[in-house]
Each structure stands twice: as structure tokens, then as C-alpha cells.
Design a protein around this ligand. Structure first.
Ligand code: HEM
Length: 403
């Protein structure tokens, strides 16, 4: 890597003012600007965070342009490790308050993932790639996983949930591609927040004796329809060309047998599905649950841990595959809202069906978007193992609904 001092804003020098941070669906994929609005700096690791935000996309572009990418990525690795060696980042990492720690973890995982992806781009063999990631960066990455158990590669949580997308996003790309990359993350965040509201309403209904069932289910339908509106924006406005450029950085780790940051690992999609149709899902698509336990390390651990507790109400270790999965016990209906719906009468049943249909429409629309942007153009898959069928994964929560 060169030691040139870089501009502090990650943009392409466009004279157009940065658009507002995308906190509504109409704001994403509007293609009005190619610069990023950094309204509030979030730099918990000081120089390391500054580097990740301000220099990393330039370094990536430089390695891609380089005539000797293999020398360029090795120099990048040396320079990152030298920077980390200059201060006690391990101590800092352990002392940070949780919200800062989460952003720091995102910074570190962005650096690690970038080093592996660019090493593969440059054709490094596995041992050279490990040397390039380097001891200092690897040690910091392990420390983040010690403080907060996680899969140890860039996760959905790092990319979408803890990336400060609205105020100071972590990105790999420059210019219009970087803005599309930011909007992709922002769109996921918008959907995650709708799913959180849908889930809160369903939890009120399931767990609070006196909850107003009609209000909870009406709120759930509205939130799922809103999530669908955001997904429509992805389907209609995300540029396949720009998408393919930034997606290259979010693939599977090319040297480890691990999956990449995929929406498949959204714990809220799982939670809403379990609450609404958990038992029927088990009857019709048991593979969904087998995959959930098999791939549990890729999900945000705290959130998926809560879902596992619902699914193992009597089990001391909720992370172990429950007996019902192997047909040795009944499915725990208490994890779902079905018992409450059954007691609620015809109107509540009708509202429940409306929620199930809204979730189903979301899943079908997602399948179309996934096929349009990734599967049909033949791009490598991020969150599907070699032994799995993509069609099965995209349909894993689709039920045969009553006519
Ligand atoms: C146009 C944007 C999107 C594309 C191209 C896309 C693509 C894909 C692909 C190819 C898969 C298969 C696993 C993989 O290789 O990653 C997948 C799975 C999945 N994605 Fe997306 N995705 C998009 C947006 C979203 C959004 C916004 C969410 C919401 C959180 C989401 C949630 C999921 C889920 C839950 C799965 C597992 C299948 C299922 O349960 O329905 N995706 N996606």
C-alpha cells in the first residue's frame, strides 16, 4: 500500500451534494449522487476506524488497478498490521462500551474480509493469504469473537445490523457503486426495523395475557406490508450492474469453508416466521429448522439464542437440536401465536391469515429479486452451501396455504 495521505471523505469528487441519509424506502437506490453523507463520525478505534472508513475503498481500487496485485495486497496487509501494532487496540477493544464495540468489530471484520477477498483476487495461496491478514489483525479479530461470540468471518450482523449505515457507513466501494452498496445495507436495515416491529406486536400477543389481539395482528400486517414496500424498491430500482460490483466483496471466504453475510441469517425473519407459522413450517418444511440449528453460528447470536429458547422451553441447553426435530417430542406450540389465535375467534383467525399471506408475499417477492440479481446471472452464492439447492433455500419458508 502507498503511504499517500488520502482525502477524508469517501467520494469521487462529484460536485453534487450528498443526498440525505436513506432512512425511508424512497431514499434508497435513487441514483441522484455518487457521494456519501457522513453526518456523524463513528470511529471507536480511532486511526483504525478512520482507515477503514476513509482509506480502505481507495486501497481496494488501487489493488484492483495494480499491475502487481499480489505485491499490492501484501503491502496492504503489512501496513494494516503495522498500524495496529502502534497502539494497544486489544485493551481498547475490551474497554469499549457495547455500542462502540459493535462498530469496532464491524471495522475489524471489514478489514479481515477485505484482505482475504483481495488476496484471492491477487491469486495468493492460502498460506500467503494468512500471512497477509497478519498476526496483529488476526489477534484483534479473535478478541472480538471472545468478547462477543460470533462466526469469526464478516457476518450479516456486522454488515447490516451494526454497520453505522445512516451516519458513517463502512463500505468497500467508491462513487456510485459505494452509494449503491450503502443503500443495499440501508434497505436491509429498514426491513429489519419493520420486522422488529412486527415481531414486537406478535410477542405482545403471545406473552401478554391482556394484549389486544386485533391491534397486535393489524400492526403485524402493516409492518410486513411496509417491509414488502422496501423490498419492491430493491426489485425495481437497485442497479444489477452496480450490485454486481460491490457484491464481489461480500462473497464466501475464499480460503475458509465459511458462508458470507446473507439475508438468510436474519434472526428476525426466523422469529417472525416461527411466531406466525412455526408449527406448520415444521410439518411442511422441517429442513428449515435443521438448517437453522446447523447454521446457527452465522446468525446474530443473542437474537437467535432467544428464538432457540422459545423452541426449547424445557431444555437447559437451547442451542442443542431439540428432541421434537427428530420426532421424539411434540413441536412446542408455545413458541408460536397459534394457541392465542385459536382462542380468539373468527376475526382473529382472519387477521392471522392476513399476516401469513403478507409474510408469504414477502418471501415470494424476495425469491424473484434473488433470482433476478444473483441466481439467474449466475453469480456465486453467499449463503448457500455447495451441497444445498438454491431453489430449496429460497423456498424454505414457503408453505402450501389453504385455498
Ligand atoms: C435484491 C436484494 C436481495 C438479493 C439479490 C438477495 C439474494 C439472496 C440469495 C441469493 C439468497 C440465497 C442465499 C445466499 O446466497 O445469500 C438469499 C436468501 C435469503 N435472503 Fe436475500 N436477497 C436480497 C435481499 C434480502 C433482504 C432485504 C432480506 C431481508 C432481511 C433478505 C433475506 C433473505 C432470507 C431470509 C434468505 C433465506 C431464504 C428465505 O428464508 O426466504 N434478502 N437472498
Amino acid at each position: 500500500m502507498t503511504s499517500v495521505v488520502r482525502p477524508t471523505a469517501v467520494d469521487s469528487g462529484s460536485p453534487v451534494a450528498p443526498e440525505r441519509s436513506p432512512n425511508r424506502s424512497e431514499d434508497i437506490f435513487s441514483h441522484l449522487t455518487d457521494s456519501i453523507d457522513r453526518s456523524e463520525r463513528k470511529r471507536p478505534l480511532g486511526p483504525v476506524s478512520n482507515f477503514t472508513v476513509e482509506q480502505l475503498p481507495h486501497c481496494v481500487a488501487e489493488i484492483q488497478r495494480s499491475e502487481r496485485p499480489n505485491g499490492a495486497i501484501k503491502a496492504f496487509g503489512r501496513s494494516v498490521n503495522a498500524m495496529i501494532g502502534e497502539a494497544d487496540y486489544s485493551g481498547l477493544l475490551l474497554r469499549l462500551p457495547q455500542c462502540d464495540f459493535e462498530i469496532a468489530k464491524t471495522d475489524i471484520q471489514y478489514l479481515v474480509n477485505c484482505t482475504y477477498q483481495m488476496s484471492a483476487f491477487a491469486g495468493l495461496d492460502p498460506s500467503d493469504a494468512e500471512l497477509t491478514v497478519g498476526a496483529e489483525l488476526s489477534r484483534l479479530a479473535s478478541l472480538t469473537c471472545q468478547r462477543q461470540p460470533s462466526v469469526g468471518v464478516l457476518s450479516y450482523e456486522d454488515m447490516i445490523l451494526t454497520n453505522p449505515v445512516q451516519s458513517d457507513p463502512r463500505l468497500y466501494c467508491l462513487g456510485a457503486v459505494g452509494v449503491e452498496e450503502r443503500d443495499f445495507c440501508a434497505g436491509h436495515q429498514l426491513i429489519e426495523s419493520e420486522l422488529q416491529s412486527a415481531m414486537d406486536a406478535l410477542l405482545d400477543l403471545r406473552d401478554l395475557g391482556g394484549a389486544d389481539a386485533s391491534r397486535c395482528l393489524t400492526q403485524c400486517v402493516a409492518r410486513l406490508e411496509s417491509a414488502q414496500d422496501v423490498l419492491t424498491r430493491f426489485e425495481d430500482h437497485m442497479s444489477p450492474e452496480l450490485f454486481s460490483q460491490f457484491r464481489a466483496f461480500y462473497g464466501k471466504n475464499p480460503y475458509r469453508n465459511t458462508l458470507g453475510p446473507s439475508g438468510r441469517f436474519s434472526a428476525r425473519v426466523v422469529a417472525v416466521s416461527v411466531l406466525l407459522v412455526g408449527e406448520e413450517l415444521f410439518r411442511q418444511k422441517p429442513q428449515f429448522y435443521w438448517d437453522l440449528y446447523r447454521l446457527s453460528e452465522y446468525y446474530p447470536q443473542t437474537s437467535i439464542g432467544k428464538v432457540f429458547c422459545w423452541l426449547s422451553p424445557d431444555n437447559r441447553d437451547a442451542w442443542l437440536k431439540p428432541a421434537w426435530l427428530e420426532g421424539k417430542a411434540d413441536f412446542p406450540r408455545s413458541a408460536t401465536i397459534s394457541p392465542v389465535v385459536e382462542r380468539g375467534g373468527r376475526e382473529i383467525e382472519r387477521l392471522h391469515e392476513a399476516c401469513v399471506c403478507a409474510l408469504d408475499r414477502f418471501t415470494r417477492m424476495h425469491r424473484r429479486a434473488a433470482l433476478k440479481h444473483t441466481v439467474e446471472p449466475g453469480r456465486p452464492l453467499v449463503g448457500v452451501e455447495a451441497s444445498e439447492s438454491i431453489e430449496v433455500v429460497l423456498c424454505q419458508r414457503l408453505l402450501t396455504l389453504p385455498p
